[in-house]
Design a protein around this ligand. Structure first.
Ligand code: ZN
Length: 177
């Protein structure tokens, strides 16, 4: 089987059987992000909890509308970040962003990105990169808000915000303006 058709199969599988989909309680922050160029939308909730290692992603739940790439990416993202320390999840998000900016030239790290490697080919199509990043951007936004929320109460350690800089807020192309 060609690697591209295998990747296609992984994306379609997540699209047809999305993981962790549906909005759940409890949550610390909720965001709504849209990708107007394609018409994709996602409403996403994040719950964080304090642990010995610092803040941990307790749950991510979402409702997504739009193309198969945006919906499959949200499913894959939720698999990758739930249960992980926020700092580690942010580093995975950064790796996925790097992959999307690699124009199809990257050799993705399957140990870290797992099913997200299936989106490697998407990075060749600038119009679809925003589709693949929508869920990740929403997660990062919601997690930042959730940490602000929990930081308001006495916390033993400041939240780790690795990767907060250098993440494009709105433009995933980074040059069009
Ligand atoms: Zn899309």
């Amino acid at each position: 089987m060609q690697i591209q058709s295998l990747y296609q199969e992984i994306i379609l599988d997540h699209y047809r059987n999305p993981h962790h989909k549906g909005l759940r309680e409890p949550f610390d922050a909720e965001v709504h992000h849209v990708n107007p160029t394609c018409g994709d939308e996602v409403t996403l909730r994040v719950a964080v909890k304090d642990a010995d290692v610092g803040p941990v992603v307790a749950d991510v739940s979402y409702d997504a509308l739009g193309c198969s790439i945006s919906q499959a990416s949200a499913s894959v993202m939720s698999d990758l970040v739930i249960g992980k320390p926020v700092g580690e999840a942010m580093r995975i998000a950064q790796q996925f962003l790097d992959l999307m900016q690699a124009k199809g030239e990257a050799a993705p790290d399957e140990n870290t990105l797992e099913d997200a490697v299936a989106f490697a080919g998407v990075s060749k199509y600038p119009a679809r990169i925003k589709c693949a990043l929508l869920g990740w951007m929403a997660w990062k936004d919601a997690t930042g808000r959730a940490l602000d929320e929990t930081a308001a109460s006495p916390a033993p350690a400041p939240p780790e915000t690795a990767g907060a800089n250098g993440w494009p807020r709105d433009e995933t192309t980074g040059r069009a303006s």
